[in-house]
Design a protein around this ligand. Structure first.
Ligand SMILES: [Zn+2]
Length: 262
């Protein structure tokens, strides 16, 4: 992993092409996949690999299943609690690759499609909510607070991903503070739990958030915050810059192998 926290890659300074490609995950997967050819998934290498997904279309459930089954064969899965503990208390990191699952934004299919798959493989995951994307009452298309409560009831963890999902670097301090504290309070009131973890919208350090936002997240009462910068984490990694490997369930396993090795 050679990418510096202060020097975003080309894709990071070109948010237009980045968004265009992300909206076409099958094409992105095809472009990324050849890079996976020289890699196997890690098996002899220790460290923590946090994976980041968003929504899962019906046609991509099989893809997510193939990703998870490939990873289950290679290493253990940790909860978010375990990841935070492991990077803060290095002696607690067990040998071998460790994986952790996270999902961002707020998607109805988290309950309908993702949860059954997680339960089938007995895997923990953390779901980061942009609270404006969660609706009250019932809905056949949008994630509801009742859906979120079902995730919690099934043992899944919930984090905050702001209120409106705006890029923090485009906001005033007061607006950014609202995104951090408002979303935390809303989730805590709606679900009756303590929210301790945050994920930065868009997630690239230096572009989408800065040291100022890391400080604000800490001041808002979070114990950790996650980026979308891929890579392996080892002992002593900053809990306010947790790395995550952004993946699409539309990608072939080869593309996942490439991303996990970046
Ligand atoms: Zn997001």
């Amino acid at each position: 992993m050679s990418t510096s926290l202060t020097a975003p890659r080309l894709g990071a300074v070109l948010p237009g092409p980045r968004s265009w490609l992300r909206a076409r995950p099958w094409l992105q997967g095809l472009l990324v996949a050849p890079g996976g050819l020289p890699h196997d998934l890690p098996h002899g290498v220790g460290g923590i690999y946090v994976l980041l997904y968003h929504g899962v279309e019906a046609s991509h459930v099989a893809g997510l299943r193939s990703h998870l089954e490939a990873l289950v064969d290679r290493g253990r899965f940790l909860s978010w609690d375990d990841v935070v503990t492991a990077v803060q208390e290095p002696e607690s990191i067990p040998a071998g690759p460790l994986f952790c699952l996270s999902f961002d934004d707020g998607h109805k299919e988290w309950v309908d499609r993702v949860l059954p798959l997680l339960q089938e493989h007995n895997l923990p995951a953390t779901f980061f909510l942009a609270t404006d994307r969660v609706v009250t009452g019932t809905s056949r298309t949008s994630l509801t607070w009742r859906d979120c409560a079902e995730l919690v009831g099934a043992g899944m963890a919930i984090g905050s991903h702001t209120v409106t999902h705006r890029r923090l670097t485009g906001l005033s301090d007061a607006e950014a503070s609202y995104e951090l504290t408002g979303s935390k309070e809303i989730i805590e009131q709606r679900l009756g739990l303590q929210v301790r973890d945050f994920s930065y919208p868009f997630g690239l350090p230096g572009l989408d958030y800065t040291a100022r936002h890391r400080e604000m997240a800490s001041a808002a009462g979070y114990r950790s915050a996650a980026s979308a910068l891929p890579g392996r984490m080892e002992r002593g990694h900053s809990v306010f810059d947790l790395r995550r490997c952004g993946l699409s369930p539309a990608w072939p396993v080869l593309a996942m192998r490439k991303r996990v090795h970046e």
